[in-house]
Ligand binder design. Structure first.
Ligand code: ASP
Length: 329
């Protein structure tokens, strides 16, 4: 339901094996990028812009930062290429746009938004998506722009493991995420969700994960917005983001419980792993994950960015708050 609301923005930078042995320099850079994404996205909301604007702004900051598996910093495919996926959804209209398997688009979230706003379609893939990008003036870069040494070494490690085990090790690959996402509630009471990713390290055969699939990794309606990160095949099979939102808007399950049921029960019971961020139309937020950690953050009425990386770290939602433990309104 749309009504005047106190804006809130929640972001993630991927779930997975996130341990305290991370170098201090890397940790500082990750926290700084998450903080910047929150501040820039929230500035949009404070200026009266839409949830779609806030989500786009926050994700663009993270796509431009090589510490995340989206835009610059994306993982490599088995063949040593970068194939990027992204999606965005406007909960107030159910309009959505997504792109998959692009390798020249600097900011895939901007192309997903253009698909939503400037085409009659919802999902474009590969060369066609890039032809559309050109036609609407979205920035294209040489594929070498996406090459980072850290991701290249991650691929070399996976290839070595593939060779040693003489088969592709999905479980090994599923330890490394880093996808980025954002969900927002704007002052009009409208919700939006967006997700951007390089997918999974060492992916093959044009594999596409959940991030660009509306309902799986990304979904928003008039009562709930969700962005997921994790082992995409499981998010597709459980239609995870849509599943959470249906529990909230159709079954009237509180947001925190709805998200926990899907992320912490349904997905792990099938053998998958990962996390998600979600917000409802009353500004309740939740950030569940079943991995060691998840890069995450949120910003609400007081304009203070809250950032956390590790599983045992207080992300600011654990303190007693007026409505529920996950409420910030
Ligand atoms: N969910 C993404 C995918 O499967 C990966 C991630 O979240 O990092 O493509």
């Amino acid at each position: 339901m749309s009504h005047a609301a106190s804006p809130v923005l929640v972001i993630h930078g991927g779930a997975g094996v996130i341990k305290r042995e991370m170098s201090p320099a890397k940790e500082k850079a990750v926290r700084a990028a998450l903080t910047r994404a929150l501040q820039n996205g929230y500035a949009q909301l404070k200026a009266g812009k839409t949830a779609v604007d806030a989500v786009t702004t926050a994700i663009t900051v993270l796509e431009d930062d090589a510490n995340f598996n989206a835009g610059k910093g994306s993982v490599f495919t088995h063949d040593g290429k970068n194939e990027l996926d992204a999606a965005i959804m406007d909960g107030s209209t159910l309009a959505a746009g997504s792109v998959a398997g692009v390798h020249r688009v600097k900011n895939p979230i901007l192309l997903a938004r253009a698909v939503m706003e400037k085409s009659q379609h919802v999902m474009l893939v590969g060369d066609g998506a890039e032809e559309f990008a050109r036609s609407v003036g979205i920035e294209l870069v040489d594929p070498s722009y996406f090459h980072t040494e850290e991701r290249w070494q991650q691929l070399q490690k996976a290839l070595k493991e593939d060779a040693e085990h003489s088969r592709h090790s999905d479980v090994e690959t599923a330890k490394h995420f880093g996808t980025v996402g954002a969900v927002a509630l704007d002052a009009q009471g409208h919700l939006a969700a967006g997700t951007s990713t390089g997918g999974m390290n060492d992916k093959r055969w044009g594999r596409v994960g959940d991030s660009p699939i509306i309902g799986a990794g990304t979904y928003a309606n008039d009562g709930c917005a969700v962005s997921g990160t994790g082992w995409g095949e499981y998010y597709i099979r459980t239609v995870a983001a849509h599943e959470i939102c249906m529990r909230v808007t159709q079954m009237r399950v509180p947001l925190q419980r709805a998200a926990a049921e899907v992320i912490n029960q349904e997905i792990p019971s099938m053998g998958g792993n990962g996390g998600a961020i979600a917000v409802d139309d009353e500004g309740h937020i939740t950030m569940p994950f079943n991995t060691d950690g998840m890069y995450r953050g949120w910003i609400g009425a007081d304009g203070v960015p809250h950032v956390a990386l590790y599983g045992d770290e207080n992300d600011g939602t654990a303190e007693p708050l007026p409505a529920t433990s996950s409420s910030i309104d």
